[in-house]
Design a protein around this ligand. Structure first.
Ligand SMILES: Cc1cc2nc3c(=O)[nH]c(=O)nc-3n(C[C@H](O)[C@H](O)[C@H](O)COP(=O)(O)OP(=O)(O)OC[C@H]3O[C@@H](n4cnc5c(N)ncnc54)[C@H](O)[C@@H]3O)c2cc1C
Length: 283
């Protein structure tokens, strides 16, 4: 197995252009599991953890956006100044694996694997993130909804790297919740992000592990936005339950080794209702 360790983005992209079959390695927390289990036998690895252009994040206050480098780790998302802008992503990041996994695992790796159970992805979907891809041919930007095309399938071409992901900073409550067999070190049976936008008076709900990729619940979103007292009133239990019911109706879960479709549909409804109560609390 050949291993390349580029120290600039140009170098990384040239190497990927020369051998698009090379496996990109960021934190390795997904890829090395695949290699160790014998599911993948890469002949070439392109390690991107020393590419400075992929690191860190920045807030563009004028545009009202945060742009994250693909190599941003979950541990870095715990930074209080990041958490103030994107609390749902910090909350999702805190649920990922263990401290070791959060130190190594990256948002670019979550996007690269594109598992429907990836905890960062419902947040990116709820925020209508844009994903920036680069190759020696140039750069392009895709909506997260066009980037994720199926179970572990994305619109990325083999010679492209995910370089960054950009999300808007919304004025409104946002949060993430997941259900698994334990409270820690667990891949989601279901996960959900609810984000509210007071300026637009809109509600966004993105659901993980209840479909081939992350699903939004547009009917439930529009219904709740119409029910909410945007002046600051709380949500009653019956309205939250109805929101959960509508969210569950938008889910397309399957039975697999982690859960049954029936339980997933039930659990996503419960999570959606809980998130709605947290977003619009009754004092
Ligand atoms: C013990 C354990 C617990 C875990 N718990 C969770 C959890 O709770 N929630 C969760 O969501 N995930 C979990 N994971 C999975 C994993 O940590 C995440 O998916 C993580 O985001 C992967 O990031 P990485 O940098 O390690 O990716 P890598 O393993 O380096 O790469 C993953 C895939 O993405 C590709 N890739 C990486 N970076 C790029 C890029 N910039 N451009 C293009 N392709 C790229 C790689 O080629 C590979 O196919 C866990 C994994 C382990 C081993």
């Amino acid at each position: 197995m050949s291993i390349a360790v580029p120290t600039s983005l140009d170098d990384a992209l040239s190497r990927l252009a020369a051998d698009p079959t090379a496996h990109v390695l960021a934190g390795g927390t997904d890829l090395m599991v695949e290699v160790n289990m014998g599911h993948r036998r890469p002949s070439a690895i392109l390690a991107i953890d020393r590419v400075p252009e992929l690191k860190g994040w920045h807030h563009d206050a004028t545009a009202g956006t945060v742009t994250m480098g693909a190599a941003l780790t979950y541990a870095e998302m715990a930074d209080p100044s990041f958490a103030r802008l994107l609390p749902a992503l910090t909350e999702a990041a805190r649920t990922v694996g263990s401290p070791q996994i959060r130190n190594a695992g990256t948002i670019g790796g979550n996007l690269g694997t594109a598992s429907p159970a990836g905890d960062g992805l419902p947040v990116l979907s709820a925020l209508d993130a844009t994903v920036e891809l680069a190759s020696v041919r140039g750069r392009r930007t895709l909506s997260i909804h066009d980037y994720l095309v199926g179970v572990k399938r994305t619109a990325r071409e083999p010679d492209e790297l995910v370089v960054a992901v950009t999300v808007p900073v919304l004025d409104g409550w946002q949060g993430y919740a997941k259900v698994g067999v334990r409270n820690a070190m667990v891949i989601s049976m279901v996960g959900a992000c609810l984000a509210t936008d007071r300026a637009a008076r809109s509600v966004r709900l993105a659901m993980g592990a209840v479909g081939p990729t992350i699903l939004r619940a547009p009917v439930a979103e529009a219904w709740l936005a119409g029910e909410v007292d945007w002046g600051g009133g709380g949500l009653d239990a019956a309205t939250a339950r109805e929101f959960g019911r509508q969210a569950a109706a938008a889910a397309r879960p399957i039975d697999d080794h982690r859960s049954t479709a029936d339980y997933r549909r039930h659990a996503i409804g419960v999570l959606a209702a809980r998130l709605a109560r947290r977003a619009f609390p009754n004092e």
